[in-house]
Design a protein around this ligand. Structure first.
Ligand code: KIV
Length: 298
């Protein structure tokens, strides 16, 4: 009798630190549902982020600001059912961690306790240090996120690259160092100059994961709907598209509509058959006058 394959070992925050030490790159993508999580696990991704980009690419909001804790947890649970190997990170939505530290700790804990995540991510620099310390003290690993932080889109004046002056770049380095000291196990660097991201990555001991931050980060992340060409509203400049699923979906839906309209679907092979004798018996029984049940006068 063959012994069953051992379950693959789940990636931990320590594995990510080890990868940085060994100069191996970390791979991360976003997922919001069960089949995507399964496919990413099968593809050997290190990290799956259930990003609050969910709001834009799946729920159709115009920014990430309307996303709620309940929406995030709903999608995190689906992802957790699909993935058993990758480290799963839940993105804390707007106002779930900015109001007070106890509220932030409680909300961060829900990602682990209710939704099967292994860590949380939150946006912001030095101003977030006390909150991160509170969450980490509760035993919850935190990934930081600096540079273009979409929850601050109104403060930043749009989805614009950050750190493009010496002063702003120095501030990013200081933020990164403060988040490392606060206890973050890794940092997302979004939409900042490659040279600045490279410098931050060199100066930190924790891994950096870049998105629009060049190739000198310790790992890379993309929003999966951008990579798959599933989100047709816009594609950021830093995305490499590996497929055009939106066009492919629209093509398949139209082909289905035409097949139904011209009676070519369903075909015999999609149809459940009733054997001829049973069919005849049914027709005969329908021709017989309906027999009334005998009345019982006892
Ligand atoms: O919400 C998200 O998908 C993210 C990634 C872009 C890092 O924060």
């Amino acid at each position: 009798m063959s012994t069953p394959e051992p379950a693959p070992k789940q990636v931990s925050v320590l594995d990510l630190a080890r990868k940085k030490e060994q100069g191996k790159l970390i791979t991360m993508l976003t997922a919001y549902d069960y089949p995507t999580a399964r496919a990413m696990d099968a593809a050997g991704l290190d990290v799956i982020l259930v990003g609050d980009s969910l709001g834009m690419v799946v729920l159709g909001y115009s920014s990430t600001l309307p996303v709620t804790m309940e929406e995030m947890l709903h999608h995190c649970k689906a992802v957790a059912r699909g993935a058993s190997r990758a480290l799963l990170i839940g993105d804390m939505p707007f106002l779930s961690y900015q109001v007070s530290i106890p509220e932030a700790v409680r909300n961060a804990g829900r990602f682990l306790q209710e939704a099967g995540m292994g860590a949380v991510k939150l946006e912001g620099g030095q101003e977030m240090v006390p909150t991160i310390q509170g969450i980490v003290t509760a035993g919850i690993p935190v990934m930081g996120h600096i540079g273009l932080t979409p929850q601050s889109v109104h403060k930043l004046g749009g989805h614009k690259p950050q750190g493009r002056t010496a002063r702003a770049a120095k501030r990013l380095l200081e933020d990164a160092q403060a988040l490392q000291v606060a206890g973050c196990f890794a940092l997302v660097l979004e939409s900042i100059p490659a040279r600045v991201a490279g410098l931050i990555s060199q100066r930190l001991t924790i891994p950096t994961i870049g998105i629009g931050a060049g190739s000198d980060c310790d790992g890379q992340v993309l929003v999966t709907h951008d990579l798959l060409g599933l989100f047709d509203r816009f594609t950021p400049k830093f995305v490499r598209k590996y497929a055009s699923f939106y066009e492919e979906m629209a093509r398949a839906f139209e082909a289905y509509r035409l097949d139904v309209e011209k009676h070519s679907f369903p075909a015999p092979e999609h149809t459940v058959d009733l054997p001829e004798p049973e069919w005849q018996a049914l027709l005969t029984s329908l021709e017989e006058p309906e027999r009334k049940p005998a009345r019982d006068f006892t």
